[in-house]
Design a protein around this ligand. Sequence first.
Ligand SMILES: [Zn+2]
Length: 330
Amino acid sequence: MPWRLAAALLPLELCQMRLFDAHFHPQRLASAAARETLQRAQESAVVAGAGCGCCPEDWHQLQQLAREFPDFLVPSFGVHPWWARDDGGPWLPELRRLLLEHPHAGVGECGLDGGKKKEIPMQVQQEVMERQLSLAVELQRPVSLHCVAAHGAMLEALRKSFGASHAPGLVLHSYCGSPEMVPAFARLNCYFSFSASILHIPKHAAALRAVPEERLLIETDSPDQLPRALRGKQPEGGQELLNEPQFLPLVLEGAASIRQVPAARLAELTFDNAERVFRRFAELSEKSGRATSASAACDGLRAEGLFVDLTRVRCGRGLCPSSAEAKNCN
Ligand SMILES: [Zn+2]
């Protein structure tokens, strides 16, 4: 059945916000599943997201999805450190071509992963990242960065590539560095994006508390990092649940409680921050108008179970055959 997460799990006000998913990977799913995921995201409080490529082999699929979902998907193209090879970067011309073809696309996901240094030497990871950072300087694009157990080396590499700062912005995705390193990264114009890991890793929650509000972003990192509240769950007749952008309100809710601020405030400021980094998104949200509100995600769905059959949507007056109709039914 077509389904989405019921609002029963979420306070009503969370469903009525407009959220931006600062890091996810739709192209990692088979194309039909990716399309369904993006359609469900569009039915939720998440109005857009940054889809990040991982390797040359997935750029085409990402580009295709970005063409099909131009109002939702802001693409970035890059080589993730897990795919870094000591091959001299034969993919560089294609990366440049894609970035020129998509003037609003970012660079990434690229970065450093100390946890993988046995399989992929740090030297190789570093070279692959630096090639991409040079392109980001040349074309003045934001960069989505992966950094695990290598924050000192990352800081050094960013200073080497960007000097004092990178004006288009840098996004440290699923930030897992120390709270103490936040100011040094912030000076380079880094934004700090937090995933569901804040809900169960105290160090990540501590870093979240240390980030100035004008540098905060939230993300799902889907299809990875399914929030624990949803593990082992599955929609009726569906397959094992993977993470997807529509679950972003769970991250927002957790982040708001860790920072002890109203979720509405956090939604608004992470949305504003995303507009500063992702120019394509800023244009879109200008076009669609910030004042329009309530997503279709929640109207009258609170009494349902964890998942909602989208062929029957409870609305203000009863049951509507589609969420589009339910939206106009209050
Ligand atoms: Zn990622």
